[in-house]
Design a protein around this ligand. Structure first.
Ligand code: UD1
Ligand code: UDP
Length: 380
């Protein structure tokens, strides 16, 4: 059989986590697929940290990250770097994930070379051009270019149908659940070392796990978030906030300035995926603006407060796993206090079914690729 070449490309931490199960499944089927991996390294340290968990080979590394990079500069360099790799590899299909600059540039560069494009996590929408920024427009552009749309939920599929996208749409579940379940199993058997001793000083405390990085919240939004956390920390001596801080300098500056000196707010460097999953599983409440964490926390039975004005993941909100609390200080404080004061409510939110997948999304995606680009073309 003529093997088909799949070029998988990613640039940031969440893309690695969400594409790793797909890459590992493609590599398992090495009689059928020749799998080539290209990292743009739009993220450097956080990408390497996530890759460390999965340990598959990366054949191309464009090493693009610059400190505080602008969208235009990153886009320009990603386009030309990816184009050269596509020209060299000549893949039968190019796989991208999500809505980052890397994903958008991959889709456009692939289209310019008339390569078939598979989009993992297709069809997420807020219908607000600037929230999340620039991701909502990135994924709309990708939606117009992809040949295979791997939608995580029925709602995502409907959004793509509404836009009359060309290409075929498949509902697969979100691959993040595949990654999460795999890592959860590992950390249950072999708990990772984390850079904080929860048994010393913090024993018996309620843990609020915090992350944040959205561009549309830079400036006032982030300051509000930090002041809200500080205010709640002052009022609740039995609560500890653990916050692995994203490396974007626009995040680091307000976070260290406003939260850096509080005894019950622990600022950490970004954690490895095993460490983060272990800590999320150990926490009581998750306070975040992250896309991936909104999807993961319900699988671990954790209530999530989403510090954003909109979300492209309304399934968790509708089911009651998560609540949208915006980026205004009062709203964050009130919602957090309500959850801290009410353990039954926390339990109720944590008990809802996870709406994002069953851990088999990557199997489905690779099955589909096999039947679409291997079997059907062999038959023709
Ligand atoms: C990017 C994605 C966003 C995704 C997020 C996941 C875009 C435009 N944004 O946002 O969709 O949700 O990643 O975290 O694609 N930095 C480091 N080391 C790292 C990573 C980042 O120092 O390992 C710093 C650098 O100064 C870099 C800056 O963060 O220039 C911004 O990185 P960038 O990838 O442009 O944006 P993010 O905010 O990380
Ligand atoms: N994550 C991690 N270490 C951390 C924080 C998050 O491994 O310190 C993982 C998290 O479990 C999730 C992903 O990174 O799978 C989310 O990444 P991020 O919030 O940066 O991006 P988004 O999902 O919002 O695009």
């Amino acid at each position: 059989m003529n093997k088909k070449t799949v070029l998988v490309t990613f640039g940031t931490r969440p893309e690695v986590i969400k594409l790793a199960p797909v890459v590992m499944e493609l590599l398992r089927r090495n009689q059928v697929f020749n799998t080539i991996v290209c990292a743009t390294a739009q993220h450097r340290q956080m990408l390497d940290q996530a890759l460390h968990t999965f340990e598959f080979p990366v054949q191309y590394d464009l090493d693009l990250m610059k400190d505080n990079q602008s969208l235009v500069d990153l886009t320009t360099r990603a386009m030309s770097g990816l184009d050269k790799v596509i020209e060299k590899v000549k893949p039968d299909v190019l796989l991208i994930q999500g809505d980052t600059t890397t994903a958008m540039c991959g889709a456009l560069a692939g289209f310019y070379r008339r390569i078939m494009i598979g989009h993992v996590e297709a069809g997420l929408r807020t219908d607000n051009k600037f929230s999340p920024y620039p991701e909502e427009i990135n994924r709309r552009i990708i939606g117009q270019l992809a040949d295979f749309h791997f939608a995580p939920t029925e709602r995502a599929k409907k959004a793509l149908e509404r836009e009359n996208v060309t290409g075929k749409i498949f509902v697969t579940g979100n691959t993040v659940i595949d990654a999460l379940l795999w890592v959860k199993d590992r950390v249950t058997k072999f708990p990772p070392e984390i850079p904080i001793d929860l048994n010393m000083g913090f024993a018996g405390k309620t843990i609020v796990l915090v992350t944040g990085h959205r561009r549309e919240s830079f400036g006032e939004g982030f300051e509000n978030i930090c002041h809200a956390i500080r205010e709640v920390a002052e009022h609740y001596p039995e609560v500890v906030f653990i916050y692995p801080v994203h490396m974007n300098p626009n995040v680091r500056k307000p976070v260290t300035n406003i939260l850096g000196d509080h005894p019950r707010i622990v600022l950490l460097e970004p954690l490895g995926y095993e460490q983060f999953v272990w800590l999320m599983n150990r926490s009581d409440i998750v306070l975040t603006d992250s896309g991936g964490i909104q999807e993961e926390a319900p699988s671990l039975g954790k209530p999530v407060l989403v510090m954003r004005e909109t979300t492209e993941r309304p399934e968790g909100i509708e089911q009651g796993n998560a609540k949208l609390v915006g980026v205004k200080k009062e709203n964050i404080v009130n919602n957090l206090m309500m959850l801290l004061d009410n353990p039954e409510l926390r339990m109720k939110m944590g008990k809802k079914r996870n709406p994002y997948g069953d851990g088999k999304a990557s199997l489905r995606i690779v099955d589909i690729l096999e039947s679409e680009i291997v079997t059907s073309q062999t038959e023709n």
